[in-house]
Design a protein around this ligand. Sequence first.
Ligand SMILES: Cc1ncc(COP(=O)(O)O)c(C=O)c1O
Length: 400
Amino acid sequence: MSQHARVSQRSLRFTESVIREMTRLAQRHGAVNLSQGFPDFPAPDLIKAEAARAVAADVNQYAITWGAKRLRDALVAKQERFSGLAYDPEREVTVCCGSTECMASVMLALVDPGDEVIIFEPYYENYGPDAILSGAVPRFVRLREPDWSFDPAELAAAFNDRTRAIVVNTPNNPTGKVFSRAELESIAALCRKWDVVAITDEIYEHILYDGAEHVSLASLDGMRERTVTVSGLSKTWSVTGWRIGWALAPAELTGAIRKVHDFLTVGAPAPLQEAAAVALAMPDDYYARLASGYRERREFLVPVLEAAGFRAFAPRGAYYVMTDISEFGFPDDVTFARWLVADVGVAAVPGSSFYSDPSAGSQRLRFHFARKRETLEAAAERLQSLRSRLPVRPESVTRG
Ligand SMILES: Cc1ncc(COP(=O)(O)O)c(C=O)c1O
């Protein structure tokens, strides 16, 4: 190897995930980890039993690259049950290694270098690198506090002849926003006007509060033919490590997505696809209990954060709480997050990692609550001591 190992320019244009760095810091400091969004409670027994059965039955070789037939059939049945949309399991479904791989495969399949992709911010951090890897130019449209609404004029101004796609994540990470039907109608009208593809990330589709309704963009007039609907098993069934996700899209788009997916990963884990088919067929009350469990966790954590001095933006969906940390007087979010994990023992994600311009999130911090009650209680106990541990001059603390 030469002295200067050469890496691609592309790889230099994004940094390591801040979220995963926080998880490592949490481990180092023995902190309660409310940073990376994965559950610490068990997955449903029914699907674990099916995964074990499939391994024992030697479902151990490659599945069909775009997904085992049983899973694709279960997927289209589930989609029709919840959104009323019918898809052809033979031509319109791609099963990937998590929705993360779906997103990357979809961008690589549909976007050419120089095309613009509209992304609402704050945004789930993977969309930035996905755009860079596909050569796209991201155009960010701001979701504004406290309700994370967007300015319709700003959105309209982001569309132009070079716009190829828009990414819509609802329910949203990190804000907990659930896009309303009216908002989605206005996005749909712009997609139709500019002939733009919508790529939706609906991974939190079943985690909703306060009567919020999840609307799939593909279900709106004229949108099925121009929408790629991405979702996955990770969040609804508490199996983020299984790596099963899917993209539903018209046949022409699916053909391109399947080709990219095939050469990136060949296919998702075969025995876990069998278990996924069982998961998708679970009765409505499973989904209702999932949402009510998360509502209880939200109702526990939000007041704890407020009592500790954070201004919390209570989510209407997904399992995150974005907070304002200005009260504490730290120079920026990364310094605060490092102090919080080391001195208070709670890990959260610096808000700047969700913005294209880090200064926009420099007084924000994101917590998640996909945690057992006792884990949240341990976090609450530590957060109670936050004020008494504050440094004398927080504004002059430097990054550790
Ligand atoms: C908005 C969003 N999309 C996708 C993912 C990742 O999903 P998967 O495990 O299916 O790759 C996450 C995980 O945190 C997420 O928050």
